[in-house]
Design a protein around this ligand. Structure first.
Ligand code: PA5
Length: 478
């Protein structure tokens, strides 16, 4: 029996949300009162109903991903087993929801210097890269670092048409075909895309690329638990079954009807009230390097899902809360000054860890210098945890709302929980805000403008509109 199937393992790995410091009782007058939560009872009830209805009616297919992917997981694991020894490097070509999850998961689970480890210390898996930008310098440097002839490229695009990803794909395809010939080149490309929609699917079929499917009802930023995240994870030796088990466990916890005991709902409710109070910024500050890119992944989820001009009834609301990424303790020496003494325009979410995967003890030297000697004999683990607690306290003293999610350890199970928790919290916040958390017209406007400027057929009107935009005033350019 795998550890993630055992009830005591699940209980021991349960995430905790401590929101004491969000409450007025602790943080003072700028905090949230229980009466404010009680006053939202009707909206909360409506949001809960909407969550249930949408799940039932196929409006939230990402919620079922922990349960319905047995065959997909098998396919991924077989494929990985078959190809992993053939390649020195694995490169994800994707952007946004097709890249941030793979980066976050790799950083969370694997060694921070993974690519520098000898292959056997990587469990025999290839080196891992994500090319999520079209910066020519970065991509060119990547080509100088890897040998494309020994690399597997995972082209990931839900829409199968995103310019950034497709431009990378086009370059890679040409390069591989020139070097290896068409037939061999095809073995170096694996695609993750929609089953039918977009350009990538027919290309896969025609070129004979191995491919995986992103289910139709799962949008980009909610797709980390589909092959978008599962394939790169498995290709880096991450236990994807345990990841999904962690997500399934969080799903159970999110069924809790008592709002005060439902982590995801409470996270959303507190954030919603904070937004109503003008806290337009949500800082995420993990106290673990391994969770640094979780903040990046979360930033997209929270920003792109909740940042909406229109409410469901068509009224203009300009909803949303700006996610800011920080890292403990590093940012204690930069941003925390602002958080403590600056405006009351933000709430801070700490991510903490009970048990780090390594312990480092500070030697008992310089005992004759009291201002250094006091550190001797303590562990860095104690230091980071104490600094986290001290920052929470400093913010509390300054009357600044903050809450903490604690992971008993960072492992596949707890990361599965965390991903799922944030997804449910985001969807629930969308219901409270009465906006559509699953579209992204603002992102698409930018994509369309790029297509138009490059002369993509069908975008002639957008091009005309763009060309008619006001021209820059030279006096404002210095
Ligand atoms: O969440 C989203 O839908 C977006 O951020 C997409 O993930 C991003 O634009 C990439 O799109 P695609 O996967 O279609 O290439």
């Amino acid at each position: 029996m795998a550890r993630y199937e055992k009830e005591d393992f699940k209980r021991n790995m349960k995430l905790r949300l401590n929101f004491n410091n969000m409450m007025a009782q602790f943080v003072g007058e700028k905090g949230i009162k229980e009466e404010e939560i009680a006053a939202l009872a009707q909206s909360i009830e409506a949001a809960e109903q909407a969550m249930i209805e949408k799940r039932k009616n196929g409006g939230m297919d990402w919620r079922d991903l922990p349960y319905n992917q047995e065959a997909v997981v098998d396919d991924i694991l077989h494929y990985v087993e078959e190809v992993k020894d053939q390649f020195d490097a694995f490169v994800v070509l994707g952007i946004g929801g097709s890249a941030l999850g793979p980066i976050a998961l790799q950083q969370a689970i694997n060694h921070p210097y993974y690519n520098e480890l000898p292959r056997e210390k990587r469990g025999g898996y290839p080196k891992f890269y994500v090319a999520d930008n079209v910066d020519p310098e970065r991509l060119a440097y990547l080509f100088e670092t890897i040998d494309p002839a020994k690399t597997l490229f995972n082209v990931t695009s839900k829409s199968g048409g995103t310019s950034e990803t497709m431009s990378q794909f086009m370059m890679i395809k040409e390069l591989l075909e020139e070097r290896l010939g068409k037939e061999e080149a095809a073995k170096h490309i694996v695609c993750t895309t929609d089953a039918v929609k977009g350009n990538l699917r027919p290309i896969c079929e025609e070129e004979g690329y191995k491919s995986f499917v992103i289910p139709a009802g799962v949008g980009g930023r909610f797709s980390e638990l589909t092959p978008v995240g599962l394939l790169p994870a498995a290709m880096a030796g991450i236990d994807i079954k345990e990841l999904l088990a962690g997500a399934a466990y969080m799903d159970q916890l999110c069924q809790e009807e008592n709002t005060y005991a439902n982590m995801a709902y409470m996270y959303a409710i507190l954030s919603y009230i904070a937004m109503q109070q003008g806290k337009n910024i949500q800082v995420m500050m993990p106290y673990a390097d391994s969770l640094k890119y979780m903040s990046d992944w979360f930033a997209q989820l929270w920003a792109e899902s909740l940042g909406k001009k229109f409410a469901n009834d068509g009224s203009v609301v300009h909803a949303g809360q700006t996610p800011v990424k920080a890292l403990g303790v590093t940012d204690q020496h930069s941003q925390v000054q602002l958080y403590a003494e600056g405006p009351f325009d933000k709430m801070i979410v700490f991510l903490g860890v009970d048990q780090y995967r390594r312990t480092l003890t500070i030697p008992k030297i310089y005992q004759e210098i009291p201002s250094l000697g006091f550190l001797g004999g303590a562990t860095q683990n104690q230091l980071i945890q104490t600094e986290q607690m001290a920052t929470e306290y400093a913010l509390l003293k300054a009357g600044k709302m903050n809450m903490t999610i604690t992971l008993p350890e960072v492992n596949e199970f707890t990361i599965g929980e965390l991903l799922y928790l944030f997804e449910v919290a985001t969807a629930f916040a969308g219901e409270l805000l009465q906006i559509n958390a699953f579209d992204q017209p603002g992102v698409e406007a930018g994509k369309n403008a790029t297509y138009a400027m490059f002369g993509r057929p069908g975008y002639e009107e957008v091009k005309k509109e763009l060309e008619a935009r006001p021209q820059p005033e030279p006096k404002y350019i210095i």
